[in-house]
Write a protein that binds this ligand. Sequence first.
Ligand SMILES: Nc1ncnc2c1ncn2[C@@H]1O[C@H](COP(=O)(O)OP(=O)(O)OP(=O)(O)O)[C@@H](O)[C@H]1O
Ligand SMILES: [Mg+2]
Ligand SMILES: [Zn+2]
Length: 457
Amino acid sequence: MAKVKTKWVCQNCGYETAGYLGKCPECGSWGSLVEETSLPETNSSNAVSASLFSNQKTTKLDEIEIGTEIRTTTRISEFDRVLGGGLVQGSLILLAGDPGIGKSTLTLQTSSNLSEQNKNVLYVTAEESLSQVKLRAQRLGINPKSLYVYAQTNIDFIRKEIDELNPEFVIIDSIQAIYTANITSSAGSVSQIRECCNFLMQLAKSKNITIIVIGHVTKEGNIAGPKVLEHMVDTVIYFEGDRYKSYRLLRAVKNRFGNTSEVGIFDMGEKGLREVTNPSELFLAEQNTLQTPGSVIIATNEGTRPLLLELQALVGTTPYPTPRRVANGVDIGRVLQILAVLEKRVGLNLSKQDVYVNVIGGINVSEPAADLGIALAIATCARDVVVAENTVIIGEVGLSGEIRAVNNIEKRISEAQKLGFKKVIVPDLCGNLNIKGIEIIKVKRLIDAITACVSAK
Ligand SMILES: Nc1ncnc2c1ncn2[C@@H]1O[C@H](COP(=O)(O)OP(=O)(O)OP(=O)(O)O)[C@@H](O)[C@H]1O
Ligand SMILES: [Mg+2]
Ligand SMILES: [Zn+2]
């Protein structure tokens, strides 16, 4: 009889060792190693793994023939855009997101759209019962004819069903809920997730079907699942949003078949996810029209689309020995750097002041083009002046207090103009801009920008 092997696996990062350790040498977490047993290899899942590349020969690069990738539209253009132009045949896609964000909704809507194009779709629900799926479909107002729903958690049964039905698209909701009988640990453990994902990857490639796998991320990020999965799959898409707001962002963080800069924006309602074609309008809907010091409009780039957002700063005398710096939606390191530049190059000393920076709408802005907006929000609040009405601010702030150029400047300005703004403050380094109908103020240094944007209160 074959020997039963045991190993200890870190549930945080997937590190494996033969014996118990209190602390994981890979990720440093304590008590995260759990003993797992693999049963003697059976001929189920491993048979596929072995066969994928087994009949390949070494080939010269210039002799390799490429087939064109076949893509299918999801009929949700925001989703298509993030995927790089539709679902690629034979690819494995991981859709990860917080609990309740709308992963099942998006995949059910997608499945329905696919089956309306006469595609054979199998939706495997491993978390919810068939009637729960049906109820959701009813609420979303979809009733596709050839969408197969299968409630199952055992991957061998899922495999059998796929062999029988021969679907072109398979949805697994979710990877944390399915298991293989080859491993004794419970569903959702790192070993189970890794084994199941590996199995699905081989299945997608060998049968040339597109598989979308749903994965949960917990608040603490302590289900390592999606992180461990990221390098195994072709495409990783994150579905994110503010729990208290209705909009949702779809973002590719890895894509073997497209770029990762695109973002899809949705509005979540009772009837499901609705595409948002003009996101700036959505985010500026609650714009603060009260003309408060410390409130500015910035133009960031999400993928290839510009997005206008409101950014606020609050500066006040601190009751603490060390002042507080709090940033929501922008990187705290960036804020600290801008504070240093404001102090050294503009002479604005905030060492006795608390500084809070917040992007309205719960959006995360990571690009440096927001620097100038952050700097002006802080400076105007500190000096108790307001930024001139209907002004949009764009620019990166360098350590010498210079304003540096940003990409896609014309697109950003056009977006501001489209939404009725009258003025933009942009880096002088952006060169000649051929846009009419909006006042363009070019600035070289941070101090010039402050003078340019301020009108006395
Ligand atoms: N009747 C309803 N009206 C409006 N929105 C609803 C309604 N029912 C559900 N929702 C929205 O749908 C969300 C749940 O969607 P869905 O089940 O697709 O999320 P999920 O990411 O699959 O969640 P889970 O992690 O539980 O699998 C809720 O958080 C809520 O925003
Ligand atoms: Mg779900
Ligand atoms: Zn670890």
